[in-house]
Ligand binder design. Structure first.
Ligand code: HEC
Length: 169
């Protein structure tokens, strides 16, 4: 009798294991299906991004929308660069890493791509920029709709960050 119970319970455990295995089989089939669609989504996203990039003017005459109308760049001011770098570290590195794409774009070479006024307006007035400026709008799409945060900087602080950006080439 004891033997029989033992055998039966062993059989029961074995059947549990087998049925679990069966479930796993189904799961992996499902996962395979999911991976297929994820790949497709990725492909479509990549295509959209490439289209956006092509459309993006990167027009250096675009001054953007905001308080900054005209900036004159002189020789590089190293004291301003140092201050700008410190402000950048404190207020911007949560989303921007230099040398690689993060939550926001890599800002290496941004002064070659955007005008000084555009950069400062993007820092000082990002909310309006991503709604109305064509370059900023394209970036918002490229960055999956996560908006650039307004860090409430003063104009002179944005100017120092711009000076720091001039050193990132
Ligand atoms: C909450 C995250 C976040 C913070 C904080 C942030 N940014 Fe951004 N930034 C972004 C995103 C995301 C974009 C891309 C545009 C968009 O999606 O709105 C962007 C875009 C930019 C651009 C345009 C880049 C290009 O390729 O033309 C500049 C310049 C910029 N940020 C500078 C700054 C500076 C300077 C600070 C700090 C004062 C800062 N950002 C803080 C997320 C952030």
């Amino acid at each position: 009798m004891k033997h029989l119970i033992k055998t039966l319970s062993l059989l029961f455990i074995a059947s549990l294991i087998i049925s679990c295995g069966g479930d796993d089989g189904k799961k992996s089939k499902k996962e395979k299906f999911k991976i297929g669609t994820k790949k497709e989504i990725k492909k479509v996203k990549k295509e959209v991004k490439e289209e956006v990039k092509e459309e993006k003017t990167g027009d250096l005459s675009n001054k953007g929308i905001g308080p900054v109308k005209s900036v004159t760049l002189g020789d590089l001011d190293n004291a301003m660069v140092a201050e700008g770098k410190a402000i950048f570290k404190a207020k911007c590195t949560a989303c921007h890493k230099i040398g690689k794409r993060f939550i926001g774009p890599d800002l290496t070479g941004v002064t070659k791509k955007q005008s000084p006024e555009w950069i400062m307006n993007m820092i000082l007035n990002p909310d309006e920029m991503v709604k109305k400026d064509p370059d900023a709008k394209a970036l918002l799409i490229e960055f999956n709709g996560s908006p650039m945060a307004n860090q409430s900087l003063k104009e002179e602080e944005a100017r120092k960050i711009l000076e720091y950006f001039r050193t990132l080439e």
